[in-house]
Ligand binder design. Sequence first.
Ligand SMILES: [Zn+2]
Length: 202
Amino acid sequence: MGHVFSEAGDGIGHVHFVLSGIISAVAGMQDGRTVETFMVGREGATTPGAINVPVRTYSRLVGQAAGETRRIEVTRLRALCEERPDLRTILALYAAGLQGELEQSGACNALHRSDQRFAKWLLRCHDRIDGETLLLTQEYLASLLGSQRTTVNEAAQGLQKAGAITYSRGRVTILDRAALERAACECYRHGQRSSIDIPEPQ
Ligand SMILES: [Zn+2]
């Protein structure tokens, strides 16, 4: 948690496969504000596009929930993809799913309320961790969601009132997942389809 895998603009030397925990891609603005653009859990890997061409990261990649990763040099991964076309296909499908998720989140950020987005975000974290508890400070949460601390606080209070979560001192515990799903916007389901259930290669 808190480990910086790469800074925005870095060339990509390694692809990190997440075994447990969560890596967040966090975009920074000139005024210092930050927002999470996507997250990677055990369904994925950082910067899968690097298997085709040399690319740079657009966002800072930082550990958001403690866990374990394996990294591989991009050149080695490219060589493996030559030997194993099925590996290339799986990574390309994952990259396409991630692209779809980013398009959906562009729409989500513009159209959906912050409490809905907060519920969606909690569900997406819950899918990627073992157990029911997330450790996050309110400040960190706000910076991830691109909202004011008070907005995050209100959203957390609302969900707590509904019995969906308990929240105190940076510890979010999910009590009622179904309630959280009802509170989330439709984009949660979209994200599940696009990045977690990778279709069988044709
Ligand atoms: Zn949404």
